[in-house]
Design a protein around this ligand. Sequence first.
Ligand code: SF4
Length: 337
Amino acid sequence: MSEEKEKKKVVALLSGGLDSQLAVRMMQEQGFDVSAVAIKTPFCDFDCGRGCGFEIRERADDLNINLKTVYLGDEYINMLKNPKHGMGAGFNPCVDCRTMMFDAAKKHMDDIGAEFIISGEVLGQRPMSQHEPALHTIEKDSDLVGKIVRPLSAGLLPETIPEKNGLIKRENLGMIKGRTRRNQLEMAKKYGIENPPNAGGGCLLTEPQFGIKAKDLFDHVETPTINDIDLLKIGRHFRLDDKTKFVVGRNKDENEMIKAIALPGDILLEAKDVVGPISILRGKNAKDHIEFASSVTLRYSDAPKDQQGIITVKKDDSSEEVSTHRAVEESYIKFRM
Ligand code: SF4
């Protein structure tokens, strides 16, 4: 039997950040065959540049490991409606989110016959999900008690099953704690990881402004769709009434995205003779707000201040023109999220 075949398998939950890369390197150094699982959600599609999923495919190649990407879509949205362990400071359900991620890693572990799961979590690094009770809760909820090894901090955590079975030794595990990255940067040097990524700050749901918009969506729509969530990521958002939202593009790219996101029944607005935003009215009472939305759309355009302007209003196959004045700030700022 070749040496490669004799290696025990482990599954790494890979985020692409430095910590999970180091966790992989530590296990490879100890002779394990590491496969990775990376998780996408509607709020983290690896493209946001925050470091959490940054260049994940390239990182997996650098580490010379297989990568399986798992997308948590509708089930993630359902979890967000009522996360068992609540939200963090934003709209971030970190404990439930990590549990779902480990569920996916567990499935892969079972599928490939791996011994245990590793992650780059560092004790005390993140307020909601990386203190010891939270780490334990996540293990319990994903039915993985004793089967998750956090190599960077494992020397400070309870003994795991692979330690008890002699597969790994405590003296080879790290004792890193807290938010400083000094130890990790030294380890990056040792393992030859060039240009280590900055610390990821969490996904969009941890951002206060985004959190407000996400909470508003979940408060007003029973089951938001991926399309609703994509719309959350762009534009200036206004809650006009319980059933109606209004979003104004901030630049050319967002205008294009708004057009692409628009669904049958949505109303699109655009200034006719001047450069300006594309806006979208979405919801049951959308048509009741056309005049107001037109004046706000004109406000964000290049239309001269004291003149009337024309807004083209399109819904499905119909189109009309509305003549309006620029809205004054007091009339719309109260609806802004
Ligand atoms: S920061 Fe976002 S992706 Fe990370 S655990 Fe929290 S909710 Fe999940």
